[in-house]
Design a protein around this ligand. Structure first.
Ligand code: S3P
Length: 175
């Protein structure tokens, strides 16, 4: 059987890394943050990859990392917000585990990303407008490959994690 991972998907600022880390602790499973794994593999940060290779170059590295992780030991994997951009990634998310869509309104995405400097797509005079257009384009794609969807608006990491755990248990019990 294929290894079964839990993939956290959703927009920037949805809380994928924070929830993923906590989920991994609760389930005693390894945690991988894909952006961090790409940074470790390349030795440079995500912004540098975007600068040198453009978004297309980053997407290739991201797809390669997803393929590698999908075939590895079961883990809780926090993906980057653009993982659903490539159809080949959607196939892997479905085949190698369960995708949990952490959904957040653009207002909350913006609140949670506004002070960060590490997201090249938001390095723009109007990051909120970028978040709006990305969300409009990507939302259906997140929903289409998700086994469960949990809203993170105005919620603590612990609360969201508890809901994800409950929903995964019900799913496994076939409810
Ligand atoms: C991106 C999201 C980022 C990172 C990159 C591109 C996107 O990850 O992969 O900056 O296209 O939405 P987070 O969702 O973890 O911020």
């Amino acid at each position: 059987m294929s290894p079964s991972h839990i993939f956290l998907i959703g927009p920037m600022g949805a809380g994928k890394t924070a929830v993923g880390r906590r989920l991994a602790r609760s389930l005693s499973q390894p945690f991988v943050d894909m952006d961090m794994a790409i940074q470790e593999r390349t030795g440079v940060d995500i912004s540098f990859i975007f600068e040198k290779e453009g978004e297309a170059g980053f997407r290739k590295r991201e797809a390669r990392m997803l393929r590698d992780l999908a075939g590895g030991e079961p883990a809780i994997i926090a993906t980057g917000g653009g993982i659903i951009e490539l159809d080949e990634n959607l196939e892997l998310l479905k085949e190698f585990g369960s995708a949990v869509f952490l959904d957040a309104s653009v207002e909350w995405q913006y609140q949670r990303t506004r002070n960060g400097l590490h997201r090249p797509l938001l390095d723009n005079p109007d990051p909120e407008a970028i978040l709006h257009s990305l969300y409009a384009r990507r939302r259906q794609r997140y929903a289409a490959c998700a086994a469960i969807t949990v809203s993170t608006d105005a919620r603590h990491v612990s609360d969201v994690t508890d809901e994800v755990l409950r929903r995964l248990e019900s799913m496994e019990a076939g409810e």
